[in-house]
Design a protein around this ligand. Structure first.
Ligand code: ISE
Length: 359
């Protein structure tokens, strides 16, 4: 039982009670979305290492406050979980959810190392159930979905080059060179896999430090890679870009290109200057995608159908991020090892995978 406070709940009996682990920016956004915008679900409980943050979210969105995330996961009154706590806690919490057979939307990264991610895939495989969805929200962004459709329809022919850029205003506290790969570049590595429907075969990564305050951290990294289908990619990951938040992709095909650009704000003309506001962070850029992601996840849990990006996708992105770390360390290209020892994904993940996440 939680140290219950402020149960504000006007949801119907059949609404799914979701426990939210982590009440920082991302967890609070998921809780707000659950409360305001997602049919057939409600916030059932909230927990955060900082109890006052959990209380603030519960007061706004409903649910009891729990001191311990394991208590929340174990509570029989909680049907499913959202994990939005610090990255290094994801793997252990996701494993607990699998142990309790509870569906979970786990923010990326699924794990901060390959071994932990593999353990999660093994646990689901042993259980014979896909319970985990990973928060690769770009897969729900209308622009990314339209690009996926254009590629699938063959409009631009066979894709030959993927050029991606991912810039954040400032680095998260405690950012390290590896964190840039596992926390930030995993989105781009997943986008390559998902949009091209190919695995990453080899990576070559260089990085520089552009911010003296970060003391040697490679805050600007350039990933060059090739895929199993013979496509090339360059991914710019710049976590101290300063000016705003931006995610872009240009896909070059044999007969044309597909360009994913952020939705445009209006132009403002004033005193001989024409200006246009940029997004400040992912919460504004991907506002709609987060709502779509949660809506589809809740629907999938209700209907008992497999989740969108799953534990395998989380694992595959960790394997690719790990190869990037190896390349940075050695200064040479690194092959991305076959994720499941040459056998391809376990049958659990190979069958019935929703290819585009409108499913
Ligand atoms: C952050 O944790 C996210 O999840 C954002 O989607 C990403 O763009 C950003 O780089 C990460 O730090």
């Amino acid at each position: 039982m939680g140290a219950g406070v402020s149960v504000h709940n006007c949801a119907g009996a059949e609404d799914m009670a979701v426990g939210v682990i982590g009440a920082g920016g991302m967890g609070a956004r998921h809780a707000d979305n659950l409360h305001e915008a997602i049919p057939r679900a409600r916030v059932g409980g909230v927990t955060d290492a900082d109890g006052s943050r959990a209380e603030a979210v519960a007061a706004r969105c409903g649910g009891a406050v729990y001191r311990d995330p394991l208590e929340l996961i174990d509570d029989d009154g909680i049907d499913a979980l959202v994990i939005a706590s610090p990255d290094e806690t994801h793997a252990a919490l996701a494993l607990e959810c699998v142990r309790r057979r509870k569906p979970v939307l786990c923010e990326k990264p699924l794990a901060t190392n390959v071994e932990d991610a593999r353990r999660i895939v093994a646990a689901e495989t042993d259980l014979g159930e896909r319970l985990i969805q990973v928060g690769f929200m770009r897969r729900y962004d209308p622009q990314h979905l339209a690009a996926a459709d254009a590629l699938a329809a063959g409009t631009v022919g066979r894709p030959v080059l993927f050029k991606g850029w991912h810039r954040t205003r400032r680095a998260a506290p405690g950012t390290t060179t590896e964190f840039v790969l596992f926390n930030t570049a995993v989105h781009d590595l997943d986008a390559v896999r998902w949009l091209l429907r190919q695995e990453i075969a080899e990576v070559y990564v260089r990085g520089v430090n552009t911010d003296r305050l970060l003391d040697g951290v490679l805050d600007l990294q350039l990933i060059e890679l090739s895929t199993t289908g013979g496509c090339l990619a360059t991914l710019e990951i710049y976590v101290t870009a300063g000016y705003g938040y931006e995610v872009g992709v240009e896909l070059v095909g044999e007969r044309g290109t597909v360009h994913i650009a952020p939705p445009q704000a209006p132009f403002v003309r004033h005193e001989q200057v024409r200006s246009q506001r940029l997004d400040g962070d992912w919460l504004s850029r991907f506002r709609d995608a987060y709502v779509a992601e949660l809506t589809r996840w809740v629907r999938a849990v209700h209907d008992g159908v497999p989740p969108g990006p799953d534990a395998w996708d989380g694992y595959a992105s960790a394997v690719a991020a790990d190869a990037c770390a190896t390349s940075l360390r050695t200064g040479t290209p690194a092959r991305v090892p076959d994720a499941w020892d040459g056998h391809g994904p376990p049958a659990l993940y190979a069958s019935g995978r929703p290819r585009n996440d409108r499913a």
